[in-house]
Write a protein that binds this ligand. Structure first.
Ligand SMILES: [Zn+2]
Length: 338
């Protein structure tokens, strides 16, 4: 995912990026908290509590994502970064070599941490009167109570069993364990995500019709979450199908001429023409015939629209971005490459 983010920080060795939409979340939450605390406090105290509450909402969301990231790293997966967004966070990781039980543990740990946070804040809210001086115990209890409910909501929403939510990943891991078929399990969890998304959109429409204009915001929240779920589920399926199509393929499968037919003596780039101009720039990235297709796609990063195909240190041909795109489109449709 390429998004413009605020300056990133590292936490426990994981890069944490803040999407600018986190500011929208923080402001919305602070605004809602101010309304809650204004009833019993002066505006100054209400604002202070709201800011503390808003920071804690972002921090507990981070704790949830950090749980996914650290569990993934603990299980030998490479974690790229955590990005915090308006609707929670995203942990980018490389899932190659992941087993069903790895996936189950990595998916479940996030909601579990949110449940632990909910329980902790719930206890704090319950016993605030015994733990803190009377002057502040009421405010602390109120703040802890709101944060407890927030984290419970986060855990429950994330456990909804449809991709791409954590619950969808838990469902996928369990189906994968039972059927032994990763792609089939993924299709089922994506279908569940799409159905839940459509139900949410329907719920939004029903809310608007039953409750009228004063429920517009709630109805819109349902509908937006629904659209988000349907789109994210579909994109997860597309990525997985593509990834399955690329699996086990090598650069050699994409080279138009089978390697046996390539003239061993031919050099690339060809000898400079008579006018002395080189036939190609020297900084064209190279990939080995035996490299996998993920490596090939990575080679196009930056401004390159062509890569050299190398065997035994010698360039034996080229692949353009357009050729690779056509080959991948064929793979995706299940057509033969040649
Ligand atoms: Zn999560």
């Amino acid at each position: 995912m390429q998004t413009r983010t605020l300056p990133s920080r590292h936490l426990a060795g994981v890069e944490v990026r803040l999407d600018p939409s986190v500011l929208v979340l923080a402001i919305l939450v602070a605004w809602a908290f101010t309304g809650v605390f204004r009833a019993d406090h002066s505006l100054g105290v209400a604002l202070l509590l709201a800011v503390i509450g808003s920071v804690l909402v972002v921090l507990t969301t981070l704790a949830h994502e950090l749980g996914h990231a650290l569990e993934a790293r603990h299980r030998g997966m490479k974690v790229e970064a955590i990005t915090l967004l308006l609707f929670g966070g995203v942990t980018e990781m490389h899932a190659e070599g992941q087993t069903a039980s790895d996936e189950l543990a990595v998916a479940a740990v996030g909601p579990w941490i949110s449940l632990v946070c909910a329980a902790g804040f719930g206890l704090l809210a319950t016993f605030a009167d015994d733990l803190f001086p009377a002057a502040v115990s009421g405010s602390i209890g109120q703040l802890a109570g709101v944060l407890g409910w927030w984290n419970l909501l986060l855990a429950v929403f994330n456990l909804v069993p449809g991709a791409p939510l954590d619950g969808g990943r838990v469902l996928r891991a369990l189906l994968w364990m039972v059927t032994g078929d990763r792609l089939r399990a993924l299709r089922a969890s994506v279908r569940a995500g799409q159905v839940i998304g459509i139900l949410l959109i329907g719920l939004g429409a029903a809310t608007l019709m039953r409750a009228g204009a004063q429920a517009t915001l709630v109805a819109a929240a349902f509908a937006v979450s629904g659209v988000f779920l349907v789109r994210a589920a579909s994109s997860e399926l597309r990525q997985a199908v593509l990834s399955a199509a690329l699996e086990g393929r090598r650069v050699v499968d994409l080279v138009a001429t089978p390697p046996a037919d390539i003239d061993e003596g031919a050099a690339w780039p060809p000898e400079p023409a008579a006018d002395g101009l080189p036939a190609a720039t020297p900084d064209v990235p190279g990939v080995e015939l035996t490299d996998d297709l993920h490596t090939l796609i990575d080679a196009f990063q930056g401004d390159h629209d062509v890569v050299r195909v190398v065997r035994g240190g010698r360039t034996i041909g080229t692949l353009t971005e357009a050729e690779v795109a056509r080959a991948i489109a064929r793979l995706r449709r299940g057509e033969p490459l040649r």
